[in-house]
Ligand binder design. Structure first.
Ligand code: NAD
Length: 390
Protein backbone atom coordinates (compact mmCIF):
# COMPACT_ATOMS: atom_id res chain seq x y z
CA UNK A 1 0.00 0.00 0.00
CA UNK A 2 1.14 3.54 -0.70
CA UNK A 3 1.67 5.16 2.70
CA UNK A 4 3.24 8.53 1.92
CA UNK A 5 6.86 7.41 2.09
CA UNK A 6 8.66 8.78 -0.95
CA UNK A 7 9.31 5.99 -3.44
CA UNK A 8 12.44 7.78 -4.68
CA UNK A 9 15.21 9.44 -2.74
CA UNK A 10 15.13 12.37 -5.08
CA UNK A 11 12.26 14.56 -6.22
CA UNK A 12 12.32 15.24 -9.95
CA UNK A 13 12.67 18.91 -10.87
CA UNK A 14 9.51 19.51 -12.85
CA UNK A 15 7.87 22.12 -15.06
CA UNK A 16 4.60 22.53 -16.92
CA UNK A 17 3.56 23.83 -20.31
CA UNK A 18 -0.11 24.81 -20.25
CA UNK A 19 -2.45 23.74 -17.48
CA UNK A 20 -2.94 27.38 -16.50
CA UNK A 21 -5.46 28.84 -14.10
CA UNK A 22 -8.38 28.68 -16.52
CA UNK A 23 -7.61 25.21 -17.86
CA UNK A 24 -9.67 22.12 -17.23
CA UNK A 25 -6.87 19.65 -16.62
CA UNK A 26 -3.93 21.56 -15.08
CA UNK A 27 -4.97 21.12 -11.47
CA UNK A 28 -5.19 17.33 -11.57
CA UNK A 29 -1.71 17.18 -13.16
CA UNK A 30 -0.25 19.22 -10.29
CA UNK A 31 -2.22 17.44 -7.64
CA UNK A 32 -1.10 14.03 -8.99
CA UNK A 33 2.54 14.98 -9.54
CA UNK A 34 2.95 16.59 -6.14
CA UNK A 35 1.02 14.03 -4.09
CA UNK A 36 3.86 11.59 -3.36
CA UNK A 37 6.81 13.97 -3.32
CA UNK A 38 8.20 12.54 -6.55
CA UNK A 39 8.09 15.88 -8.39
CA UNK A 40 8.78 19.48 -7.35
CA UNK A 41 7.20 22.22 -9.45
CA UNK A 42 9.93 24.75 -10.26
CA UNK A 43 9.10 26.32 -13.61
CA UNK A 44 6.48 26.70 -16.29
CA UNK A 45 4.96 28.37 -19.31
CA UNK A 46 1.49 27.90 -17.94
CA UNK A 47 -0.69 29.92 -20.25
CA UNK A 48 -1.01 31.17 -23.80
CA UNK A 49 -1.62 34.57 -22.18
CA UNK A 50 1.83 35.47 -20.90
CA UNK A 51 0.95 37.79 -18.02
CA UNK A 52 -1.88 35.53 -16.83
CA UNK A 53 0.56 32.59 -16.92
CA UNK A 54 3.18 34.51 -14.95
CA UNK A 55 0.88 35.55 -12.17
CA UNK A 56 -0.69 32.10 -12.01
CA UNK A 57 2.76 30.46 -11.76
CA UNK A 58 3.77 32.79 -8.97
CA UNK A 59 0.53 32.11 -7.13
CA UNK A 60 1.55 28.42 -7.19
CA UNK A 61 4.87 29.35 -5.56
CA UNK A 62 7.01 29.24 -8.72
CA UNK A 63 9.78 31.89 -8.72
CA UNK A 64 8.97 34.88 -10.94
CA UNK A 65 12.05 34.37 -13.12
CA UNK A 66 11.02 30.75 -13.80
CA UNK A 67 7.53 31.65 -15.10
CA UNK A 68 8.33 31.86 -18.81
CA UNK A 69 6.45 33.41 -21.73
CA UNK A 70 6.54 30.25 -23.88
CA UNK A 71 7.82 26.68 -23.99
CA UNK A 72 10.87 27.44 -26.12
CA UNK A 73 12.14 29.97 -23.56
CA UNK A 74 11.30 27.59 -20.72
CA UNK A 75 13.36 24.76 -22.21
CA UNK A 76 16.28 27.01 -23.21
CA UNK A 77 16.56 28.89 -19.89
CA UNK A 78 16.09 25.82 -17.74
CA UNK A 79 18.76 23.89 -19.69
CA UNK A 80 21.17 26.72 -18.91
CA UNK A 81 20.60 26.45 -15.14
CA UNK A 82 22.71 24.18 -12.96
CA UNK A 83 19.55 22.81 -11.33
CA UNK A 84 17.13 23.19 -14.23
CA UNK A 85 14.03 21.05 -14.64
CA UNK A 86 14.42 17.35 -15.52
CA UNK A 87 10.83 16.68 -16.58
CA UNK A 88 7.93 18.58 -18.08
CA UNK A 89 4.20 18.00 -18.40
CA UNK A 90 2.37 19.21 -21.47
CA UNK A 91 -1.27 20.16 -20.88
CA UNK A 92 -2.07 22.37 -23.86
CA UNK A 93 -4.55 21.97 -26.75
CA UNK A 94 -3.84 18.99 -29.01
CA UNK A 95 -2.31 20.80 -32.00
CA UNK A 96 0.71 21.81 -29.89
CA UNK A 97 1.60 18.40 -28.40
CA UNK A 98 3.92 17.16 -31.13
CA UNK A 99 6.07 20.28 -31.36
CA UNK A 100 6.32 20.71 -27.58
CA UNK A 101 7.11 17.01 -26.99
CA UNK A 102 9.78 17.08 -29.64
CA UNK A 103 11.35 20.27 -28.23
CA UNK A 104 11.25 18.86 -24.69
CA UNK A 105 13.00 15.63 -25.68
CA UNK A 106 15.59 17.58 -27.63
CA UNK A 107 16.17 19.72 -24.54
CA UNK A 108 16.93 16.50 -22.60
CA UNK A 109 13.70 16.37 -20.60
CA UNK A 110 11.45 13.52 -19.65
CA UNK A 111 7.89 14.23 -20.74
CA UNK A 112 4.38 13.64 -19.53
CA UNK A 113 2.05 14.49 -22.40
CA UNK A 114 -1.68 14.79 -22.69
CA UNK A 115 -3.50 12.63 -25.19
CA UNK A 116 -3.63 12.50 -28.12
CA UNK A 117 0.15 12.51 -28.32
CA UNK A 118 0.03 14.02 -31.85
CA UNK A 119 -2.03 13.80 -35.04
CA UNK A 120 -0.35 11.25 -37.34
CA UNK A 121 1.24 7.83 -36.96
CA UNK A 122 4.32 9.21 -38.67
CA UNK A 123 4.70 11.96 -36.03
CA UNK A 124 4.11 9.39 -33.29
CA UNK A 125 6.87 7.18 -34.68
CA UNK A 126 9.23 10.15 -34.69
CA UNK A 127 8.51 10.72 -31.00
CA UNK A 128 9.05 7.02 -30.23
CA UNK A 129 12.44 7.14 -31.94
CA UNK A 130 13.45 10.45 -30.40
CA UNK A 131 12.58 9.30 -26.90
CA UNK A 132 14.63 6.14 -27.42
CA UNK A 133 17.58 8.06 -28.83
CA UNK A 134 17.53 10.58 -25.99
CA UNK A 135 16.89 7.97 -23.26
CA UNK A 136 13.93 9.98 -22.03
CA UNK A 137 10.42 8.71 -21.44
CA UNK A 138 7.10 10.04 -22.61
CA UNK A 139 4.30 9.15 -20.22
CA UNK A 140 0.80 9.70 -21.55
CA UNK A 141 -2.02 10.70 -19.20
CA UNK A 142 -4.57 8.05 -19.94
CA UNK A 143 -5.68 8.92 -16.42
CA UNK A 144 -8.34 6.24 -15.91
CA UNK A 145 -5.73 3.52 -16.32
CA UNK A 146 -4.39 4.51 -12.89
CA UNK A 147 -7.48 2.97 -11.28
CA UNK A 148 -6.27 -0.16 -9.52
CA UNK A 149 -8.97 -2.50 -10.77
CA UNK A 150 -7.69 -2.12 -14.32
CA UNK A 151 -4.55 -4.01 -13.32
CA UNK A 152 -6.74 -6.54 -11.46
CA UNK A 153 -8.60 -7.21 -14.71
CA UNK A 154 -5.31 -7.54 -16.59
CA UNK A 155 -4.06 -10.14 -14.10
CA UNK A 156 -7.30 -12.13 -14.06
CA UNK A 157 -7.28 -12.32 -17.86
CA UNK A 158 -3.58 -13.30 -17.88
CA UNK A 159 -4.41 -16.02 -15.30
CA UNK A 160 -6.96 -17.49 -17.72
CA UNK A 161 -10.05 -16.85 -15.56
CA UNK A 162 -12.04 -15.73 -18.61
CA UNK A 163 -10.67 -18.32 -21.03
CA UNK A 164 -10.06 -17.21 -24.58
CA UNK A 165 -11.19 -13.65 -25.19
CA UNK A 166 -14.06 -13.31 -27.65
CA UNK A 167 -15.55 -9.82 -27.36
CA UNK A 168 -14.28 -6.42 -26.24
CA UNK A 169 -17.00 -3.87 -25.77
CA UNK A 170 -15.84 -0.29 -25.13
CA UNK A 171 -17.57 3.03 -24.81
CA UNK A 172 -17.01 6.58 -23.67
CA UNK A 173 -20.24 8.40 -24.31
CA UNK A 174 -21.19 11.48 -22.33
CA UNK A 175 -23.90 14.04 -22.99
CA UNK A 176 -22.19 17.32 -22.14
CA UNK A 177 -21.96 18.51 -25.74
CA UNK A 178 -25.43 17.47 -26.90
CA UNK A 179 -25.99 21.16 -27.72
CA UNK A 180 -23.44 23.52 -29.35
CA UNK A 181 -21.95 24.55 -25.99
CA UNK A 182 -18.74 25.56 -27.78
CA UNK A 183 -20.44 28.86 -28.63
CA UNK A 184 -20.05 29.81 -24.94
CA UNK A 185 -17.24 27.58 -23.68
CA UNK A 186 -13.63 28.19 -24.87
CA UNK A 187 -12.41 24.80 -23.56
CA UNK A 188 -14.93 23.10 -25.85
CA UNK A 189 -14.47 25.51 -28.78
CA UNK A 190 -10.99 24.28 -29.72
CA UNK A 191 -12.11 20.65 -29.32
CA UNK A 192 -14.40 20.97 -32.34
CA UNK A 193 -11.99 22.95 -34.51
CA UNK A 194 -9.75 20.86 -36.85
CA UNK A 195 -6.99 23.47 -36.55
CA UNK A 196 -6.63 22.48 -32.89
CA UNK A 197 -7.62 18.80 -32.86
CA UNK A 198 -6.62 17.56 -36.28
CA UNK A 199 -8.74 14.86 -37.91
CA UNK A 200 -11.16 13.92 -35.13
CA UNK A 201 -13.08 15.05 -32.08
CA UNK A 202 -14.56 12.23 -29.96
CA UNK A 203 -12.40 9.46 -31.46
CA UNK A 204 -9.24 11.18 -30.22
CA UNK A 205 -10.64 13.04 -27.24
CA UNK A 206 -12.69 10.22 -25.71
CA UNK A 207 -12.28 6.82 -27.38
CA UNK A 208 -8.52 6.62 -26.87
CA UNK A 209 -9.20 6.30 -23.11
CA UNK A 210 -11.21 3.03 -23.10
CA UNK A 211 -9.09 1.80 -26.01
CA UNK A 212 -6.04 2.03 -23.77
CA UNK A 213 -7.90 0.45 -20.83
CA UNK A 214 -8.75 -2.54 -23.01
CA UNK A 215 -5.17 -2.72 -24.33
CA UNK A 216 -3.96 -2.77 -20.73
CA UNK A 217 -6.38 -5.51 -19.76
CA UNK A 218 -5.71 -7.69 -22.83
CA UNK A 219 -2.28 -6.64 -24.12
CA UNK A 220 -1.84 -9.72 -26.28
CA UNK A 221 -4.71 -8.87 -28.68
CA UNK A 222 -3.83 -6.93 -31.80
CA UNK A 223 -6.37 -5.22 -34.05
CA UNK A 224 -6.37 -6.71 -37.55
CA UNK A 225 -8.96 -4.48 -39.22
CA UNK A 226 -11.67 -2.01 -38.31
CA UNK A 227 -14.65 -0.12 -39.61
CA UNK A 228 -15.76 3.29 -38.39
CA UNK A 229 -18.89 5.32 -38.94
CA UNK A 230 -18.90 8.86 -37.59
CA UNK A 231 -21.52 11.58 -37.35
CA UNK A 232 -21.73 15.30 -36.58
CA UNK A 233 -25.10 15.62 -34.89
CA UNK A 234 -24.37 19.28 -34.15
CA UNK A 235 -23.97 20.22 -37.79
CA UNK A 236 -21.53 23.08 -37.25
CA UNK A 237 -18.97 20.53 -35.98
CA UNK A 238 -18.62 18.83 -39.38
CA UNK A 239 -16.26 17.45 -40.57
CA UNK A 240 -15.42 16.56 -36.97
CA UNK A 241 -17.59 13.89 -35.39
CA UNK A 242 -19.42 14.20 -32.09
CA UNK A 243 -20.47 10.54 -32.24
CA UNK A 244 -18.82 7.44 -33.71
CA UNK A 245 -19.12 3.68 -33.80
CA UNK A 246 -16.15 1.45 -34.50
CA UNK A 247 -16.14 -2.31 -35.11
CA UNK A 248 -12.86 -4.17 -34.78
CA UNK A 249 -11.53 -7.62 -35.54
CA UNK A 250 -8.54 -8.91 -33.59
CA UNK A 251 -5.85 -11.33 -34.66
CA UNK A 252 -7.15 -14.16 -32.41
CA UNK A 253 -10.64 -14.03 -33.94
CA UNK A 254 -12.09 -11.81 -31.22
CA UNK A 255 -14.29 -8.86 -32.14
CA UNK A 256 -14.61 -5.47 -30.51
CA UNK A 257 -16.78 -2.40 -30.59
CA UNK A 258 -16.36 1.20 -29.51
CA UNK A 259 -19.10 3.79 -29.04
CA UNK A 260 -17.76 7.24 -28.37
CA UNK A 261 -20.01 10.22 -28.13
CA UNK A 262 -20.34 13.71 -26.71
CA UNK A 263 -24.07 13.84 -27.50
CA UNK A 264 -25.32 10.94 -25.34
CA UNK A 265 -27.92 13.15 -23.67
CA UNK A 266 -28.19 12.63 -19.95
CA UNK A 267 -25.05 10.53 -19.59
CA UNK A 268 -22.49 11.83 -17.10
CA UNK A 269 -19.48 9.98 -18.51
CA UNK A 270 -20.56 6.59 -19.81
CA UNK A 271 -17.09 5.11 -20.00
CA UNK A 272 -16.97 1.34 -19.72
CA UNK A 273 -14.95 -1.66 -20.82
CA UNK A 274 -16.49 -5.13 -20.95
CA UNK A 275 -14.25 -8.09 -21.76
CA UNK A 276 -16.08 -11.29 -22.66
CA UNK A 277 -14.25 -14.61 -22.58
CA UNK A 278 -15.40 -18.15 -23.28
CA UNK A 279 -15.96 -18.81 -19.54
CA UNK A 280 -16.57 -15.44 -17.91
CA UNK A 281 -16.71 -11.67 -18.39
CA UNK A 282 -15.28 -8.62 -16.64
CA UNK A 283 -16.86 -5.19 -16.70
CA UNK A 284 -15.57 -1.86 -15.35
CA UNK A 285 -17.31 1.52 -15.41
CA UNK A 286 -15.40 4.68 -14.61
CA UNK A 287 -18.42 6.06 -12.74
CA UNK A 288 -17.93 3.20 -10.19
CA UNK A 289 -14.15 2.84 -10.37
CA UNK A 290 -13.85 0.98 -7.05
CA UNK A 291 -15.82 -2.01 -8.35
CA UNK A 292 -15.08 -4.63 -10.99
CA UNK A 293 -17.84 -7.01 -12.07
CA UNK A 294 -16.74 -10.62 -12.53
CA UNK A 295 -19.47 -12.70 -14.16
CA UNK A 296 -18.86 -16.43 -14.49
CA UNK A 297 -21.36 -18.17 -16.74
CA UNK A 298 -23.89 -20.02 -14.56
CA UNK A 299 -22.82 -18.42 -11.27
CA UNK A 300 -23.97 -15.35 -9.34
CA UNK A 301 -22.25 -12.09 -10.28
CA UNK A 302 -19.25 -11.18 -8.11
CA UNK A 303 -18.33 -7.55 -7.45
CA UNK A 304 -14.64 -7.23 -6.65
CA UNK A 305 -13.92 -4.21 -4.44
CA UNK A 306 -10.79 -2.09 -4.65
CA UNK A 307 -8.36 -2.38 -1.75
CA UNK A 308 -9.44 -5.86 -0.58
CA UNK A 309 -6.85 -8.53 0.25
CA UNK A 310 -8.34 -11.01 -2.22
CA UNK A 311 -7.10 -8.87 -5.12
CA UNK A 312 -3.90 -9.54 -6.99
CA UNK A 313 -0.78 -7.81 -5.68
CA UNK A 314 -0.63 -5.83 -8.95
CA UNK A 315 -3.95 -4.23 -8.03
CA UNK A 316 -2.97 -3.70 -4.39
CA UNK A 317 0.39 -2.07 -5.13
CA UNK A 318 -1.24 1.34 -5.74
CA UNK A 319 -3.85 1.12 -2.96
CA UNK A 320 -3.80 4.26 -0.81
CA UNK A 321 -6.48 3.80 1.86
CA UNK A 322 -7.70 0.20 1.99
CA UNK A 323 -11.03 -1.27 0.96
CA UNK A 324 -14.33 0.47 1.71
CA UNK A 325 -13.04 4.01 1.42
CA UNK A 326 -13.66 5.17 -2.12
CA UNK A 327 -10.74 6.33 -4.21
CA UNK A 328 -11.26 8.33 -7.37
CA UNK A 329 -9.71 9.98 -10.38
CA UNK A 330 -7.28 12.06 -8.32
CA UNK A 331 -5.80 8.91 -6.81
CA UNK A 332 -5.71 7.21 -10.22
CA UNK A 333 -3.69 10.10 -11.65
CA UNK A 334 -1.41 10.10 -8.60
CA UNK A 335 -0.74 6.42 -9.25
CA UNK A 336 0.25 7.24 -12.83
CA UNK A 337 2.50 10.15 -11.88
CA UNK A 338 4.19 7.97 -9.28
CA UNK A 339 4.80 5.41 -12.01
CA UNK A 340 6.06 8.10 -14.39
CA UNK A 341 8.58 9.20 -11.74
CA UNK A 342 9.78 5.63 -11.18
CA UNK A 343 10.12 5.10 -14.94
CA UNK A 344 12.05 8.38 -15.35
CA UNK A 345 14.39 7.48 -12.51
CA UNK A 346 14.97 3.95 -13.79
CA UNK A 347 15.58 5.31 -17.30
CA UNK A 348 18.16 7.76 -15.95
CA UNK A 349 19.88 4.84 -14.19
CA UNK A 350 19.58 2.71 -17.35
CA UNK A 351 17.83 0.07 -15.22
CA UNK A 352 16.53 -2.07 -18.08
CA UNK A 353 15.60 -4.95 -15.77
CA UNK A 354 13.24 -2.72 -13.77
CA UNK A 355 11.71 -1.18 -16.88
CA UNK A 356 11.17 -4.54 -18.62
CA UNK A 357 8.61 -5.51 -16.01
CA UNK A 358 7.13 -2.10 -15.21
CA UNK A 359 3.77 -0.98 -16.55
CA UNK A 360 2.75 2.61 -17.29
CA UNK A 361 1.10 4.39 -20.24
CA UNK A 362 4.20 5.02 -22.31
CA UNK A 363 5.07 6.50 -25.68
CA UNK A 364 4.00 3.29 -27.45
CA UNK A 365 0.56 3.57 -25.82
CA UNK A 366 0.36 7.17 -27.01
CA UNK A 367 1.44 6.18 -30.53
CA UNK A 368 -1.13 3.36 -30.63
CA UNK A 369 -3.95 5.80 -29.85
CA UNK A 370 -2.83 8.07 -32.67
CA UNK A 371 -2.64 5.15 -35.13
CA UNK A 372 -6.07 3.95 -34.09
CA UNK A 373 -7.66 7.35 -34.68
CA UNK A 374 -5.91 7.61 -38.05
CA UNK A 375 -7.31 4.22 -39.10
CA UNK A 376 -10.80 5.12 -37.88
CA UNK A 377 -10.82 8.37 -39.87
CA UNK A 378 -9.53 6.54 -42.96
CA UNK A 379 -12.38 4.04 -42.66
CA UNK A 380 -15.05 6.66 -41.96
CA UNK A 381 -13.91 8.85 -44.84
CA UNK A 382 -14.07 5.85 -47.16
CA UNK A 383 -17.78 5.49 -46.41
CA UNK A 384 -17.45 3.36 -43.25
CA UNK A 385 -15.62 0.56 -45.01
CA UNK A 386 -13.41 -2.08 -43.44
CA UNK A 387 -9.72 -1.12 -43.50
CA UNK A 388 -6.68 -3.17 -42.58
CA UNK A 389 -5.13 -1.78 -39.40
CA UNK A 390 -1.76 -0.25 -40.13
P1 NAD B 1 -8.12 24.15 -21.79
O1 NAD B 1 -8.44 24.88 -23.03
O2 NAD B 1 -9.09 24.17 -20.66
O3 NAD B 1 -6.71 24.67 -21.23
C1 NAD B 1 -5.55 24.75 -22.04
C2 NAD B 1 -4.45 25.45 -21.27
O4 NAD B 1 -3.27 25.48 -22.07
C3 NAD B 1 -4.79 26.90 -20.92
O5 NAD B 1 -4.22 27.20 -19.66
C4 NAD B 1 -4.07 27.70 -22.03
O6 NAD B 1 -3.78 29.01 -21.68
C5 NAD B 1 -2.82 26.86 -22.17
N1 NAD B 1 -2.13 26.99 -23.46
C6 NAD B 1 -2.65 26.93 -24.70
N2 NAD B 1 -1.68 27.01 -25.64
C7 NAD B 1 -0.51 27.13 -24.96
C8 NAD B 1 0.85 27.25 -25.34
N3 NAD B 1 1.20 27.25 -26.62
N4 NAD B 1 1.79 27.38 -24.38
C9 NAD B 1 1.45 27.37 -23.06
N5 NAD B 1 0.16 27.24 -22.63
C10 NAD B 1 -0.79 27.12 -23.57
O7 NAD B 1 -7.80 22.66 -22.22
P2 NAD B 1 -7.88 21.36 -21.29
O8 NAD B 1 -9.27 20.86 -21.28
O9 NAD B 1 -7.19 21.60 -20.01
O10 NAD B 1 -7.06 20.34 -22.21
C11 NAD B 1 -5.67 20.40 -22.36
C12 NAD B 1 -5.17 19.06 -22.86
O11 NAD B 1 -5.52 18.07 -21.90
C13 NAD B 1 -5.80 18.61 -24.19
O12 NAD B 1 -4.85 17.95 -24.96
C14 NAD B 1 -6.88 17.64 -23.77
O13 NAD B 1 -7.12 16.64 -24.75
C15 NAD B 1 -6.26 17.04 -22.55
N6 NAD B 1 -7.22 16.51 -21.58
C16 NAD B 1 -6.99 15.27 -21.10
C17 NAD B 1 -7.83 14.71 -20.17
C18 NAD B 1 -7.50 13.35 -19.63
O14 NAD B 1 -8.36 12.70 -19.04
N7 NAD B 1 -6.28 12.89 -19.79
C19 NAD B 1 -8.96 15.40 -19.73
C20 NAD B 1 -9.17 16.70 -20.23
C21 NAD B 1 -8.28 17.24 -21.15
Amino acid sequence: MINGIKPLERSLRWGMVGGGGTSQIGYIHRSAALRDGTFTLLAGAFDIDVSRGRSFGQSLGVAADRCYPDYATLFREEAARAEGIEAVSIATPNNTHFAICQAALEAGLHVVCEKPLCFTAEEAQRLVELSQRRHKIIGVTYGYSGHQLILQARQMIADGLLGDIRIINMQFSHGFHAAPVEQENPSTRWRVDPRFVGPSYVLGDLATHPLFLAETMVPQLKIKRLMCSRQSFVKTRAPLEDNAYVLMEYDNGAVGSMWCSAVNSGSMHGQKVRIVGEKASLEWWDEQPNQLRFEVQGEPVRILERGMPYLDHAALADDRIGGGHPEGLFEAWSNLYRRFALAMDATDRRDEAFLADFWYPDVHAGAMGVRWVENCVRSADAGASWVEFR
